[in-house]
Design a protein around this ligand. Structure first.
Ligand SMILES: Cc1ncc(COP(=O)(O)O)c(C=O)c1O
Length: 420
């Protein structure tokens, strides 16, 4: 039993947690922003540091008893700097959105103009959506991808920058399957005296392994989550090579937008960063990219079209609407009925509303952690295509679920969870 104590004192909660364990065990996890952490990361995450208040930074705390907390936070900072070859790091942001909030707070005043990628073209909520702080308190100007090839329209971004004179330009995305040209964004920013912020949340693991060019040389500020390709606990980080900026950034994180750091999460970040410095992690990231390619190629062979025609990284956006006449919303539901977890996703220039969307986003990080190789990803592509071809018929779903179950039982989560 995975929760021996809780199941005695709070069986309702223990059952809900066990249900999530078995969901992860029995489903194919294809959400591009998710991953499975190691047992070491989980152990650090459940450490007694969750009991500790440590407002401030190492050696400059507002509470007593922070000796071990200082050691943990320094380990996380030093490891993170080493991974990305960065001069300064802040490991306290509770999430990617908090990291971005602090970065905005450090570089912009309310009402200032900045540029970010259009949400419907692959950007993130925190890059200028009207329903987010980034759209409510600042003036976002959106750049996007070309309709012809779905690649970022750098010329148009440059024209927009010259027209609107933003103070900050954000590069980075939640749903862009190609390499991002950071030097080009730097050149555009330099023409108008803007700062560059790269939000590498999705590709951080690839950058760590040298499989996507690093933004550190070109960006004033780099933010990221730690839980996607980087395979750490849920959380955020900020990096910079500027001594002046790190002082502002640190004060914007705490006391600017956060109170006490989540020290147990920082411990888990330190554990994940140690893993990211190993050769095994590099091999893992190489497999992530190779597996995404194998999945993409097979989907294309099965007559599904992909945004930009394929992928260079860990994710792809599948156009289910134009190729199979199925909305993203329905595709997500059909696949879920066969224990395949995905998310509906807008396509650039989508004709459907965001809640419906015309495609789904698929990523390889989680199943690659689970041990899947190219042949399992090809099988996964075939299962998906069979379901969509049959428009989610009962017979197709029953057959698909069986194939999913076979795949899952060949790669038990227990292998790295080790709870029994
Ligand atoms: C590019 C990008 N930035 C920021 C975030 C926000 O991260 P979080 O959900 O941890 O706030 C995400 C999450 O999906 C993301 O894709």
């Amino acid at each position: 039993m995975p929760y021996p104590l809780l199941s005695k004192t709070d069986s309702e909660l223990a059952e809900a947690l066990a249900a999530e364990d078995s969901r992860q065990e029995s489903h194919l996890e294809l959400i591009a922003s998710e991953n499975f952490v190691s047992q070491g990361v989980l152990e650090a995450y459940t450490s007694t540091l969750t009991n500790k208040y440590a407002e401030g930074y190492p050696a400059k705390r507002y509470y007593g008893g922070c000796g071990p907390a200082d050691r943990v936070e320094n380990l996380a900072i030093e490891r993170l700097k080493k991974i990305f070859n960065a001069k300064f790091a802040n490991v306290q942001p509770h999430s990617g959105a908090s990291a971005n909030l602090a970065a905005f707070y450090a570089t912009l005043m309310p009402g200032d103009t900045y540029m970010g990628m259009d949400l419907s073209h692959g950007g993130h909520l925190t890059h200028g959506s009207a329903v987010n702080f980034s759209g409510l308190y600042y003036k976002p100007v959106a750049y996007g991808v070309k309709e012809s090839d779905h690649l970022i329209d750098y010329d148009r971004a440059e024209a927009l920058a010259l027209e609107h004179k933003p103070k900050l330009i954000i590069a980075g995305a939640s749903a862009y399957p190609r390499i991002i040209d950071f030097p080009r964004f730097r050149r555009i920013a330099d023409k108008v005296g803007a700062k560059v912020m790269v939000d590498m949340a999705h590709i951080a693991g690839l950058v760590a392994a040298g499989l996507h060019p690093s933004p550190l040389e070109y960006a004033d500020i780099v933010t990221s989550t730690t839980h996607k390709t980087l395979r750490g606990p849920r959380g955020g980080i900020i990096l910079t090579n500027s001594e002046e900026l790190i002082k502002t950034l640190n004060s914007r994180v705490f006391p600017g937008v956060q109170g006490g750091p989540l020290m147990h999460v920082i411990a888990a970040k330190a554990a994940a960063f140690a893993e990211a410095l190993t050769g095994d992690f590099k091999t893992y990231q190489q497999n992530v990219v190779a597996n995404a390619k194998a999945l993409a190629e097979r989907l294309i062979e099965r007559k599904l079209s992909l945004v930009s025609g394929g992928t260079d990284n860990h994710l792809m956006i599948v156009n289910t609407f134009d190729t199979k006449g199925i909305t993203g919303k329905d595709a997500q539901l059909m696949l879920e009925a066969a224990n395949i977890t995905t998310n509906k996703n807008m396509l650039p220039y989508d004709k459907n509303k965001p809640a419906v969307a015309s495609g789904i986003r698929l990523g390889s990080p989680a199943l690659t952690t689970r041990g899947f190789g190219k042949s399992e990803f090809i099988e996964t592509a075939d299962i998906i295509a069979d379901i969509l071809d049959a428009k989610g018929s009962d017979a197709a779903l029953i057959a698909a679920k069986e194939r999913v179950q076979k795949l899952c039982s060949r790669f038990p989560m227990r292998k790295f969870r080790l709870w029994d």
